[in-house]
Design a protein. Structure first.
Length: 259
């Protein structure tokens, strides 16, 4: 039977009896990468497949006016908690990414991270994201990058029917850029990010938590080595090699102005 990523996978994941602080975020990469390129002040943003919506809350802290959409009620509950914790206004919408309940040309920035790779047919969601983006606005797509050990681990677990999300794919920078061009938007900037702590450590920590052993989320064993690794990681991420070897890549693509 073909593997798929279903709503039930996500409800089960977000309904786990675990504090939000115990779930790894994305190291604030959406806010960091957006701020490098765009002015967030009064920018109307839409996060598709928002889950905990921590990225939207972070954008709100820098002046954005965020909307967050997800189809999991359990995720929406966590998103509400995240917004209240930071005392930020956030419009939460429970809806389908393939049929966005918004008017055409509404948002300055539409983004999703950790979402598109779970769709076997990505075209409806992508077309909808572009539809609701303003002319001259941007779509940011953040997905797993192909050439990393993460891909091997993921594919092995999918084959064993043990992957938490049921099914997931991955993209190279070239594949993702060509895909976005095919849908009528123009890629203009790319970034790549490694995991910190590493994928291996995260996997070990997750397994041990199942038997009641709780390791620190972000261990620092030898501080100088930890700082050196962080510097090396940053240099590689910023180089041409970054988007070709990192765990995830993100591409900004601009919607053409109306003629």
């Amino acid at each position: 039977m073909p593997r798929t990523s279903e709503r039930s996978h996500w409800d089960k994941f977000w309904e786990r009896d675990r504090d939000l602080s115990e779930i790894y975020d994305n190291d604030d990469r959406i806010r960091v990468e957006v701020k490098k390129r765009l002015n967030l002040q009064n920018m109307i943003t839409l996060e598709v497949g928002a889950a905990t919506a921590r990225d939207s809350v972070a954008l709100a802290e820098d002046g954005a006016l965020p909307v967050a959409l997800d189809y999991s009620h359990a995720a929406m509950k966590l998103a509400r908690e995240a917004a209240l914790e930071k005392n930020k206004s956030l419009l939460l919408v429970c809806g389908d990414a393939n049929e966005l309940p918004f008017k055409t040309d509404t948002f300055d920035l539409v983004f999703h991270q950790g979402v598109m790779e779970h769709f076997k047919d990505t075209d409806p969601m992508t077309d909808e994201c572009i539809r609701v983006t303003k002319p001259g606005g941007n779509l940011l797509v953040d997905v797993p990058q192909t050439f990393h050990i993460y891909t091997i681990v993921k594919k092995s677990l999918i084959a064993l029917n043990a992957w938490f999300a049921g099914w997931e794919t991955q993209y190279t920078e070239k594949q993702l850029s060509n895909y976005l061009r095919k849908h009528g938007v123009e890629p203009w900037s790319v970034y790549g990010r490694y995991f910190s702590p590493s994928l291996g450590y995260r996997m070990i920590r997750e397994v041990l938590m199942k038997i009641g052993i709780k390791l620190p989320m972000r261990p620092v064993i030898i501080a100088p080595i930890h700082r050196l690794r962080a510097r090396v990681r940053e240099v590689v991420q910023q180089s041409w090699l970054g988007p070709k070897t990192t765990v995830v890549i993100g591409i900004f693509a601009r919607k053409p102005e109306k003629q």
